[in-house]
Design a protein around this ligand. Structure first.
Ligand SMILES: C[S@@+](CC[C@H](N)C(=O)[O-])C[C@H]1O[C@@H](n2cnc3c(N)ncnc32)[C@H](O)[C@@H]1O
Length: 224
């Protein structure tokens, strides 16, 4: 199918399904529908115990108020994207784990797709007001792919759009994750064409310090 033939509401990625993307660190840690269900259940249990699961969505909404177009990059089972939809955004979620995306797709009001962030091309969805990588997507990328991932995410931002990422740092890494320092992350964002805006240590905007174990980084496409 050529682009001209593609229905306007259809979107795709450049990676044909027959060509597997790079093995992410997440795929090395867990695979399959049972693991995906167990992962979601952990969050549902936390929510049932009163834990707030929506700090990321509120953070993004404060930057790009609804109705904005928001890409949840590495969406997992759709925790953040579905909340963004509930808040009045047009949210799209993409993830390389097909079993998590299958769970996410139980939300009929949000669009989800299986895609590798390193080659992402949402042809009819290119201009997002914000892209968010929540919950340690960065440490779970395939090794050596931070630069292509940030380049592809930047390509999906509207001028003035925000890239937001929250992830654990060395010493506070999730199981199986690789350390990415804030300096490495900022360098890759700069190479991708983004400007540094600010950084916190939590989604509630606690100050970031030299001893913080978690970074919520905000960059912006200033000269898109
Ligand atoms: C810890 S989970 C977080 C899921 C979700 N963002 C959340 O906070 O609930 C990390 C996710 O990053 C995804 N991921 C890692 N590398 C990826 C890539 N190259 N392309 C797409 N998704 C990727 C994994 O498949 C996994 O679902």
């Amino acid at each position: 199918m050529t682009d001209a033939e593609r229905p306007t509401d259809m979107w795709s990625t450049d990676s044909p399904a027959s060509v597997p993307g790079p093995t992410t660190r997440w795929a090395g840690l867990q695979r399959g529908s049972q693991a995906a269900r167990a992962y979601r259940q952990r969050f549902l249990d936390l929510e049932a115990a009163g834990r707030d699961l929506h700090g990321e969505a509120r953070f993004v909404s404060a930057l790009a108020p609804p109705p904005s177009r928001v890409l949840d990059a590495g969406c997992g089972f759709g925790r953040v994207a579905s909340e963004l939809t509930r808040m009045g955004h047009t949210a799209v979620g993409v993830d390389a784990d097909p079993d998590l995306v299958a769970l996410a797709a139980e939300d009929p009001d949000t669009r989800f797709a299986v895609a590798d962030l390193a080659t992402l091309d949402l042809r009819n969805e290119q201009e997002f007001h914000a892209v968010v990588m929540a919950g340690n997507v960065v440490p779970y990328l395939a090794d050596g792919t931070l630069h292509p991932v940030l380049a592809r995410l930047t390509a999906h931002l509207a001028p003035g759009g925000y890239l937001v990422a929250g992830f654990g740092l060395a010493g506070s890494l999730p199981e199986g994750g690789a350390a990415v320092s804030t300096a490495q992350y900022d360098r890759a964002a700069h190479v991708a064409g983004l400007s540094y805006l600010t950084r916190y240590s939590t989604w509630d905007r606690a100050p970031f310090t030299a001893t913080s174990g978690y970074a919520v980084s905000v960059h912006r496409l200033v000269n898109g």
